[in-house]
Structures are given as C-alpha cells and as structure tokens.
Design a binder for this molecule. Sequence first.
Ligand code: H79
Length: 592
Amino acid sequence: MKKIFLIVTVLIYSATTLFAQGITQDERMQWWRDGRFGLFIHWGLYSIPAGEWKGKEVPKIGEWIMKNAQIPVAEYRELAKQFNPVKFDPKAFVALAKNAGMKYITITSKHHDGFAMFKSNASPYNVVDATPYKKDIIKMLADECHKQGMKICFYYSQSRDWNEPNGLDNDWDYPAERNFQKYLDEKVKPQLTELLTNYGPIGMIWFDTPMSITKEQAQSLKDLVRKIQPATIISGRLGGGVETDYSSTSDNAIPSIVTPGDWEVPATLNNTWGFKKNDHEWKSPETTTRLLFDIASKGGNYLLNVGPTAEGLIPQESVNILNRVGEWMKINSEAIYGTKGSPFTSEFDWGNITQKGNKLYVGIYDWPKGEFYLEGLKNKVQKIYLLADPAKKAIKFTESYDKKLDHHRLKIALPAAAPDKIVSVVVVELDGAPQAEQFIAQQHNGKVNLPGPVADIRKGDEKAKLNFVTRGGGANGYTDPKITLGWSFKIEKPGTYSVDIVSNETGNHEVPQWEGDHIIKIKSNGQEFETKVTADKKEYNQRNQYWHNIHTNGKIIRFDKAGTYTLSLIPVQLSTKNVGFTFREINLLPVK
Ligand code: H79
C-alpha cells in the first residue's frame, strides 16, 4: 500500500513538474487575466508606529516611516519585540477578499524595512524568531488561501532593504559602499527559495522598486522563480530591463485609453499602504467600484490595498468599502471576470465598456435623463438587457446608419431609473465580436475626444513615437517641436467647437511637475490658430490621484457640415526647462 502511494505520488509529482515546465504564457496568466481584481496587503512592523514616531506625526506613506523619520536600525528593530497581532484571523482576511469578488491576495512578505513576515533561516529578523507572536503569518494566510481556493501571492522588496548594510538605500545608518550582490546571494535568493518552497503553489511574486539592480541580477531572480515554481507569475517591477509576465502601472495611476498587454494598477484605499492611524481620507465605494470597472474597461487588473493594524485587524473603513464593492460584484461580476477592454479608443463621459465574446457590458455611472446613445458600434445588435435583471427582459433599441457619414448609432430605451447607483451594467448582445468604427465618433453630447496615445504621430513625413506614461497619462519627454500629432474623427453636428487642450502633472507623488509656455499650432478644417499652453484650469482626476489634468483654453474651430475631418497639433516652440509638454488629449467641445 505504502509502495503504491509512493509510486502514485512520484507519478503525480513528475507529471505536474513536467506540465509546469512546459507551461505556456497563456496558461500561466489565465487565472490572473480572468480574475481582474486582487487584494493587496501591506503589513509589517510599521503598523505599530502607524504613522507616528516619538509623538510626532510622520508625513507620507506609512510603510516608509523608517526612512522618512530616519529611524536608526537598532531602534526600529526593537519594534519586533512588540509585534503581537493576536487578533489576526486568516479566515477573516480571505473571507473579506472573497466577499469583495477578489481572486488573489498579494501580501508583503518583506517590505523595504527588511522584516520578514515568515519564518526564515536566511535572517533571524522575521516574525517567528524575533517577535512574541512567534507564528508564521505568511504560512497561516497561505494555508487559508489554499483551503478557500484563493491565489496567494507574495510581495518581496528585492532591492531596498533598510535593515541590511548591503541592501539598498539606508543612507542614514550605513556607509555608502555596499556589496549588493552579497545581499542578493545571502538574503534575497535564500528567502525567495523559502517562499517558493514552503508555502505550496504561489500565484505570483510581486517585486518592487528595482533601483540599480542590474540585468544579470534581475535575470537571476527570475530564473530562480522559474526553476522552483514555473507557473508563478513575475510582476512588473523586477527591474534591469528583464522581461516580466505583466507590467505594473505607477501606483494609483490608470491609463487614459485601452492598453494592450497584461497590466495591473496597484492602488490604495486612502493615502497609505501600511496602516496609519491618522489617515482617514478614504475613497468612497462609488469611486472604488467605478475605478474597478474603468480599469477592466482599459484591459487591466486592479490590486487594491488594505493595511492591517498592529493587532491584526483590517481597518473597519476598508472592510466597509470592500463589502460594498462586493455587493456590486455579486450582481455584476460577469462584466469584470474574463473580460477584455472596450473596443473604443476614447473614454466616455457617462461610463465605460468591457467585452467578452459577443457581448458588450456597458457600464453607466451617470444614468441618462433621456435616451441613451452608443455612437460608432458597427455590429448588429441581437438583444439588450440589464445585468441586474435575472429575467433578462429585453430592452428596446434602434440601430441606425448614416451612409454619407459612415456612422452607426445605437439608441437604447433604458428604464427611467438606474438599476444601480454606482455602475449600472447594460448587456448588449451582438452578432459577433464587437467592432468600433475606424474614425473617432462624436459622442452624443457633442464632445469629440482625441487622446494622445491614439494619434498619428509623425516627425516630418516619417512615423514617430511618443511615450505616454500612466504617471498622469501624458507624453513623457515631449520636447522635440518637429513631432506632430494628428487625428481623424467624425463631426455629425455642424457648428462651432472650442478646442480644449489637456496636459497633466507628472513626476514625484509629493511634488508634481508641470511645464507650460509651449507655443503650439492647431490646424483643422482649413482653419488654424496658435496658442500658448497655460494652466487655465486645474482638474483633479481620480484615475491619477497624484497628478492634476491641466486644461488650456484653445480657440474656436468651425465645422459647417457633417463629415470626417482631421485635426493636427503642431508645436511651434516647446519649452524644455523641466518635464516638457506632457500632452494628454484634445477635446472638441460644442459652443452653445
Ligand atoms: O509598497 C508600496 C510602496 O511602499 C512602494 N510601492 C507600493 C506598492 C513604493 N516604494 N517607493 N514608492 C512606492 C514610491 C516612492 C515614493 C517616494 Fe517618497 C517619494 C520616495 C521618496 C519620495 C514617499 C515620499 C516615500 C518617501 C517620501
């Protein structure tokens, strides 16, 4: 009996390793692409000071308190002796994520402070050996996740380690010279090996802030993960230019358009990752749910953070928000799981769209007072119903096509009242995969949105490139005045339009940068004007919490008849003293 058991075990083991080694990228990414929504947990010794050191509030993100308050290593280490989160209940953590509709949990196994939340033979500075709690928190959570079918993933700070003289950037306690390779060999690799060996199948390793890690060093970490668990996903911030399994946007930064590839937005619920007792600036459940929908509409995942207290409790405010998101997910998760981004290039004023197979999920944030119109969808519609309606009662609609303009319009006779105060999802079943018109359509309220990233970008007659970053959404390093942008779009409603030119702040979270004074020329429909980029209006953008959108009032362009037009942006002179022209988009706004 024992022998058979052994043989079977060996067979299963070799089958899984063989299978795992032959794993394709699509297979590795499948659960993550389908899941779309994960829980981030930032938990460590920093939850004890909770944003306050020696009676003084320490500004900025809580898990950075050691560096921000320049706490000597010897003093910070003493916190371990107080770490005793007796109220930690792994069941409650997993239940919270599950109830919110999240499909994976990523917990800090070691943050920049260097303290390991797991039993480690590579460093005694860990929760089992250095605290009165003495229990392996990572193991407790991993076991519970495996039990409940939740993917467990580990955040691991590979470059910064303020506890180690050879780790990066403790510059207040340790001399500048360091042997980073030695730190990688003696702490990082052994600890990653422990994490990938002792806790069952790991969904992902979430690396962060690579700093000066070299290509070879980063590659060696990737090789290690692949060797031990080939199915484990490697997140975006490994560094050294080494290819990872997906990319990470900047923290709390959502792209302005549908973005191809696999990517994820790591985000906070307030302004910190690790618990801070005085941070009560919570996002509302409305904002959080809409951002989830918006990220899915652009083709990405949302990794939303909680910071447990030193006792081991997730702040009640976070619990309340996630529960409310969960209520929405119970009815609407079909519009999130396994979906792809919208077939349209622009954002809409009323909400956004996800798609799966032959279905569009039209997520309406602001329920229309009259009729609702979707402009520019080429497909034939088969049926329309509300996702919240279990009977899927058909909703009346009219499709029309303007041959001269080659424009498709779908009018949906929505009920008077919104089925959901936050995001109401209207399912539109089509005859095939969704297809948007080639040229940008005018929205029903008259606005035409021309996003930078979809422009035809040229330098002279040649195709050129501009890099649009999620850090604000604008162009990065746009300083060459020879680079021009152009768009083709349709005007259905002839008239006068004002040109709204949008750029944005960028750079550091704490001290955003913006540069104006660029002279640009706008040309469209045989008309042109020159204008200087000035900050006429500063607008908070919840999709980019650290960086404002800056609006410049352009002049007027007239379109006397309906038709397809082009517009070009031609720099006359770009200011290059700071961040250059962080151009984001142009909106044509009808003048009443
Ligand atoms: O784990 C969370 C952050 O601690 C980590 N990434 C997320 C997921 C992170 N590390 N660095 N950063 C984010 C950005 C760094 C911001 C900084 Fe600063 C601005 C470093 C120096 C200026 C914030 C303000 C931290 C110190 C002062």
